[in-house]
Design a protein around this ligand. Structure first.
Ligand SMILES: Cc1cc2nc3c(=O)[nH]c(=O)nc-3n(C[C@H](O)[C@H](O)[C@H](O)COP(=O)(O)OP(=O)(O)OC[C@H]3O[C@@H](n4cnc5c(N)ncnc54)[C@H](O)[C@@H]3O)c2cc1C
Length: 369
């Protein structure tokens, strides 16, 4: 059934916007999606590492976007390393442009209309709101949030990353470098992407300095320069990642909703936002359906999202705050303690990249057993 005269405008056609559009169209509601980019997913913000369990919740047929499969991570401090290695695949590295194409195809097949090369202005947002619901899926620096004064995202990270044509021997493991002195707020990473493509990046708190200079210093570290050698990047660029939820990501009275990075639906431990943002999109779409059915108010969306993911985001935030409070030596001591207590082995079997609440539950159940 199509809801006559009901209309949703989604601003931003990356994963969150397209997952929402598909779900809204599947629920029988007319939906238009707009993106300022002429080619969706380009330029690429970064490779996406997504847990296989998280990916399965998005309902996207992502298999053609897989460029690598990961079984674990080496977590390095300045002096110590913890290796978490599962016997099963735990995450895929995805080609973000291809993922966007798949999401767009699926949204269009469901009945959504997708317009590219169109930047939506404040005046247009007003016109769209007058004849329907506006969903801002337009990233951390959201025009929709700004235009409708939905408040700020209090903490942002800046990232700088580049891709190099390099093959690494251990393709199924990502390397993460934690040193709060050098990468305050997040970390640096080496991620084997497609067969001969290695992504190298750093993320730091936006108040802590210059991400590009931090990145250049990271490349000069002996451990990294021995891998990169004289290779030149094939692509590089800076971006931002929101580190907190926006205090308010729906205004039911004015029929405005925010999803994905625009809402701050991102894990503060790693900056990963595709799974949480995609699930925010699904919850927003279902709330829109219930609103048009007359069984829910749009404001329910925020409560539903926090009910489903609030605890996990809080736990991610606590872990990130703990890390941010430690110096270089403190991080090393923590990793050493984790190795001594067998945390590496526990996480290899019972870890979950997205849902620390599930890891805690598994820990307590095992302790009881
Ligand atoms: C370096 C880096 C590494 C990352 N690694 C990972 C990872 O490994 N795993 C993971 O899960 N996440 C990762 N992330 C986070 C992930 O990229 C984001 O969470 C995700 O892209 C958010 O998707 P989104 O759809 O909410 O918004 P975005 O991807 O930010 O897309 C917003 C879209 O809105 C469009 N837009 C903006 N304003 C307008 C306007 N006014 N009119 C029309 N269109 C507009 C933009 O063109 C864009 O296409 C990483 C981010 C960075 C920067």
């Amino acid at each position: 059934m199509f809801f006559l005269g009901k209309q949703v405008h989604v601003i931003g056609a990356a994963t969150a916007g397209l997952v929402a559009a598909k779900r809204i169209a599947q629920r029988g509601i007319a939906v238009n999606v707009y993106d300022q980019k002429a080619v969706l997913g380009h330029p690429v913000r970064a490779s996406g590492i997504l847990s296989i369990s998280g990916l399965s919740t998005l309902g996207v047929n992502y298999s053609s976007a897989i460029t690598n499969t990961l079984y674990g991570a080496n977590i390095h401090s300045a002096t110590k390393t913890m290796r978490i290695l599962s016997s099963k695949p735990i995450a895929h590295v995805l080609d973000r442009k291809r993922l966007n194409e798949v999401c767009r195809d699926e949204a269009e097949v469901a009945g959504a209309s997708v317009t590219v090369g169109k930047r939506v202005s404040g005046a247009e947002l007003e016109r769209m709101r007058a004849c329907g619901i506006v969903v801002g899926a337009d990233g951390a620096v959201s025009t929709v949030a700004k235009h409708f004064s939905l408040g700020e995202i209090n903490r942002m990270l800046i990232t700088y990353k580049a891709e190099f044509n390099i093959q690494v021997p251990d393709r199924n493991v990502v390397d993460l470098f934690f040193d709060n002195g050098k990468y305050p707020g997040l970390f640096a990473w080496l991620c084997p992407n497609a067969q001969d493509l290695l992504e190298v990046g750093v993320g730091i708190d936006s108040t802590s300095g210059n991400a590009k200079r931090t990145f250049e210093a990271f490349l000069r570290e002996p451990q990294i320069s021995s891998i990169i050698g004289k290779n030149r990047p094939v692509s590089e660029g800076a971006s931002v990642i929101p580190m907190t939820l926006r205090k308010r990501f729906v205004d039911g009275k004015r029929r405005i909703m925010l999803i994905g990075d625009a809402a701050g639906q991102v894990k503060p431990t790693t900056g990963g936002g595709i799974v949480f943002g995609g699930n925010g999109a699904i919850i927003a779409a279902d709330t829109i359906h219930d609103y048009y059915e007359g069984t829910a108010k749009l404001d329910e969306y925020q409560k539903r999202f926090l009910g489903a993911y609030g605890l996990d985001l809080k736990l991610h935030s606590m872990i990130n705050r703990l890390y941010s409070s430690l110096g270089t030596r403190g991080v090393g001591t923590m990793i050493e303690a984790c190795n001594m207590l067998g945390v590496d082995k526990f996480l290899s079997i019972y870890g979950d990249m997205d849902r620390p609440s599930l890891v805690l539950r598994r820990f307590f159940l095992r302790s009881l057993a």
